[in-house]
Write a protein that binds this ligand. Sequence first.
Ligand code: UD1
Length: 427
Amino acid sequence: MDRIIIRGGRPLNGRIAISGAKNAALTLMPCALLTDEILELQNLPRLADVDSFMHLLNQLGVSTMVKGAKGDGFSRTMTLKASDIASTVAPYDIVRKMRASILVLGPLLARAGEATVSLPGGCAIGNRPIDLHLKALQALGAEIELAAGYVKATAPEGGLTGGTISFPTVSVGATENALMAAVLARGTTVIENAAREPEITDLAQCLIAMGAEIEGLRSDTLTIHGKDRLHGAAYQVMPDRIEAGSYACAAMITGGALELANAREDSMHAILAGLKDAGGEVEILDNGIRVSANGATRPLSLSTAPFPAFPTDMQAQFMSMLALADGTSLLTETIFENRYMHVPELSRMGADIEVRGRSAVVRGVDHLVGAPVMATDLRASMSLVLAGLAARGETQVNRVYHLDRGYERLEEKLSAVGADIERVSDG
Ligand code: UD1
């Protein structure tokens, strides 16, 4: 198993090209199931999750072709074509590895009239049920059966029909499944209390490029006028706001300055506001954002919440940055119940953090010390990399496969801006 070794204490300076967004890619790829024509996705990141999703789609009958690198030599273009749906089953061995597999449910149901998807089960950051996904599909006429760890959704004779879906709480994945199902339903669907994450807007724009009719983009009410069929399209995946935010924290925590090429301000307001409140300098460029540390990091009081508020996917990285702040910060996690798995590991590196229910009190310390650490999820792993970049001495981050799920060529990007970081393979 690979490990990442970091010898900390070097300020990072230079330019990092931000890749296509993982969470956008994982909802754009299943759109291929909605048409028998070619969907071309540009700027797809090279990530383990994207590969896993491609394999899942291949099993469902989608033929895929990956074209070479583009731009900064990282991203790639994938063509996907689902002439016929060969299978409507997403099996346990894939879903358990990648929870986003649930995103084939809506499009399979809409195109093939049925879908059987393994229940994802618990995961490292909490319970994560799928009841909202199922209620949304029921509102479009689907029948839902649960058996033997699988959920089977069946459309009525004649296909799904438009309806009103009113979410009691905001869910990114359930909004995505509802949207992908509604574009092929008969009549009009209204999704109330829809998630407004930029990745939802990316999905809606891709569906519109495929011939869908959707109103209310960027708002919490989406209106979809269903179509008999969608056609092929070429679409460029948005830049990854969480990758950009993570490297912004790398600039801050090391006392450096990084240009985050391709990063988009409109998807990052809360993250950039947090960086500025912490004392960072943020400069919006023509095609990117420059983030520089400016003296000591100031403590913050932050709460995660659905977009446009501060994202849960940035909580762990900010915590590492604030572990070295000049004062005491308060972080509150409102989205997932078990998202402080990085705290004991940061504490082993010298951080002073106390978890009180859903909140964490982070008392800034003078310095962190390198240590062997590991985390059980993607963003927690990144928080340990950040801590390692600032720590005195050597940090070994184990279980690198979490990072490979969501950060494209992490160690290459970081070493190019001055980090002393390498990947070591045990076997
Ligand atoms: C997506 C992102 C993930 C991010 C999260 C919140 C992807 C692939 N993943 O995850 O990185 O952290 O949004 O921004 O895009 N919930 C229910 N019932 C459901 C669905 C969700 O109770 O049927 C709850 C969840 O347990 C959680 C909250 O709703 O407490 C939000 O989850 P949701 O927005 O659905 O997250 P994901 O789509 O799984």
